[in-house]
Each structure stands twice: as structure tokens, then as C-alpha cells.
Design a protein around this ligand. Sequence first.
Ligand code: GDP
Length: 208
Amino acid sequence: NPLARARYLLAAHTFRQLPSDGGFEVAFAGRSNAGKSSALNALCQQNALARVSKTPGRTQQLVFFDVTPPGIDPAAAPAQARYLVDLPGYGYAKVPQDLQAHWQQFIDGYFGSRQALRGLVVVMDIRHPLKDYDRQMLGYAVRRGLPAHALLTKADKLGRGAQGNALLAVRKELSSAFGDTVSVQTFSGESRLGVEQARTVVAGWLQL
Ligand code: GDP
């Protein structure tokens, strides 16, 4: 598993703090509490890579995890750099408006201009999919011509039949809203359902 070598690299809250824009990266987005940290941990086979409990207000940053192949220094060979990027969870009512505006601008700019960005994973609770934020993030990716992949997480909370129904309903909505550049699967960090499938998508985008 090439994602198992993921190591925390840095957290950026301004453009200047982003690592050099030469390689490949995949961004992860999700509403607060959707299960994004758990999904990252499961994909990378690590217990505490992305902290599972986070504090509102400390969330306005892009966290980079390095998955560059061994023996390559991404600073010396930026084209070989491979990153996973944890986008801040949104959905905290308590974030002040000016911070929200700053964040919006930052994320707009990131999606608009980041050359290294090769794909977006949107993590959604299978019981509450396709909220405004999810659609906004998917819209960013699709407008850039980037592929996106949706994880319907916490699938273990539903029975098999309900999982299948949710998957079909979301797939149908995604294809009518965004066309065929967005794929979707069921997922559970808890039961490990779909972990391998999601890993294959991410590693493929990163050419790992
Ligand atoms: P984040 O805010 O999106 O990073 O969400 P977390 O990964 O911190 O998860 C939020 C809550 O949902 C935590 O209590 C997790 O234990 C729980 N959770 C996350 N993934 C799963 C899952 O696949 N199944 C179940 N049953 N609970 C999950």
C-alpha cells in the first residue's frame, strides 16, 4: 500500500505556505464529522495520521501528508512529490465570518490554480449525502476538469439493502448534476468496507 508511508508534512493557511506546485496531489474534503479523518487513517493504515477529533477554529488550513516514493526528496525533485491534502471540514457554525471569507478565498484559489491537484475525494456520511458543501466541492473539481470520487462513509451503520439503495440514489444524482467524472462507492473505516477500492482510485490518480 503506497499510502501507508504517509507522513505529516505541513499545514498551510496561506498560499505562500503551500509546498512547491510541481508534483501530484489528491485533496480530501468533507463536512465536519462526516468521517474524513477516519477515512484517511484507514486508507493510510495508520491510527492517528489525521486526528479524529479536531477543534473548530483550528480547521482553516490545508494539511499535507507526504506519500512520495522512498528515496526521493520532494524538495529536491518537486515533480516527483506526491501528497494527500486534507481540506478543512466545514460545517462549523461558530467560525467567524471574516475567517469564513478568508477560507472561501483560499479554497477558491487552491482549486482554481493548483496544478498538482489531480483529483478530489469527497467524504459524505451515507445517511446524509450531497449537502451544499459537498456539491460546492464537487463543483470546484468538475469545473477544473478534475475527476472526483465520493465515499459514502459509515456504511456499517446501514444494512446491506439500505447501503445499496443509498449508493444508487447518490450515483444517479451525481451523474445528473456533474456528468460521468464523479464516481461513488460505499465505505467504512470501521468495517474496512471499500478501503481497498478507494485506495486504488487515489493511488491511481497519484500514479503510485
Ligand atoms: P471528520 O470530522 O470528518 O474527520 O470525522 P471523523 O473521522 O473524526 O469521524 C467522526 C465520528 O464518526 C467519529 O466519532 C468516528 O468514530 C465516527 N466514524 C467515522 N467513520 C466511521 C465509520 O466508518 N463507521 C462508524 N460507525 N463510525 C465512523
